[in-house]
Design a protein around this ligand. Structure first.
Ligand code: A3P
Length: 271
């Protein structure tokens, strides 16, 4: 009995909050929530529900504060955090490297035009009233994209990605196609589990494509009768966009996308 008490005590101290070994660093509106929720289906993965924004907004609180935001885990489990603005915030790659040079980074990317529209749809649902045109085109010339526009800038993936390459090798950053998170979640999860050295548990049996929502919904276990969809803030209907604005955005991003494909060695075939 004494022995089992000892074992239990060891087990209790093993069950503790740990700094993340993997971080979903972005990109905003590219499926970061879906990626995290898919990952959380895995028994060896734990993650805080909310975005922690430690490396961009709360860095002065210190690593100990950050650790305390994590759920408790066992030594064999992987702690994952996601805060999509890490990707575009200067200084964050260095800060993450200071925490751990071996941390694994996950980066969801999506057609930057669709990303911008999704970002805009989010602003509309938050009560903002400016049109997409007002947000992405130059004030002086409505036919030209404003490269200083916040929602335009986020989609300049190559530029941001280069900042990460200063501190991390490409092999430590897994790119996840935001489009594939919707069309083939099981394939994405096969890559993600391999990248995180996790046994391949999450497969097609964990997903059910909900035709009404137009997105995969999740099963906590393959026998679950009612799959759970992400909440209404994920997979919002998109507003109609002036075709001229759409075409101008497409043309603007085309060379930037090509640059990104070359840099990462993958052609995402975006519009
Ligand atoms: P939309 O709401 O514009 O369709 P993020 O979590 O980074 O904010 O990304 C939100 C996007 O995730 C959604 O954008 C949606 O397209 C995408 N997504 C991917 N898989 C999804 C899923 N299973 N359920 C809902 N949205 C999903």
């Amino acid at each position: 009995r004494k022995g089992s008490k000892k074992r239990n005590r060891k087990r209790t101290t093993d069950f503790m909050r740990r700094l993340p070994q993997a971080i979903i660093i972005g990109v905003k509106k590219c499926g970061t929530r879906a990626l995290l929720e898919y990952l959380r289906l895995h028994p060896k993965v734990v993650a805080p529900g909310p975005e922690i924004h430690f490396f961009d907004r709360s860095y002065n609180k210190g690593l100990e504060w950050y650790r305390k935001q994590m759920p408790k885990s066992l030594p064999e489990q992987v702690t994952v955090e996601k805060s999509p603005s890490y990707f575009i915030t200067p200084g964050v790659p260095q800060r993450i490297k200071n925490m751990s040079s071996s941390v694994k980074l996950l980066l969801a990317v999506r057609d930057p035009v669709q990303r911008a529209i999704s970002d805009h749809a989010q602003s509309l649902s938050n009560g903002k009233i400016r049109t997409l045109e007002e947000r992405v085109m130059k004030e002086t010339n409505k036919r030209e994209v404003d490269p200083e526009s916040y929602i335009v800038k986020i989609g300049m993936y190559a530029r941001h990605y280069r900042q990460w390459l200063v501190h991390f090798p490409k092999s430590q950053i897994l790119l996840v196609s935001g489009e594939e998170l919707v069309t083939d979640p099981a394939k994405v999860m096969a890559d993600v589990q391999k990248f995180l050295n996790l046994e391949e548990v999450i497969n097609e049996d964990y997903f059910f494509f909900n035709e009404t929502k137009g997105f995969p919904c999740l099963k906590r276990d393959p026998n679950e009768a009612v799959p759970k969809c992400l909440d209404g803030s994920k997979g919002r209907p998109h507003p109609n966009v002036d075709p001229v604005v759409l075409e101008t955005l497409r043309r603007y991003y085309k060379p930037l996308n090509e640059e990104f494909y070359k840099l990462v060695g993958t052609d995402f075939h975006w519009s």
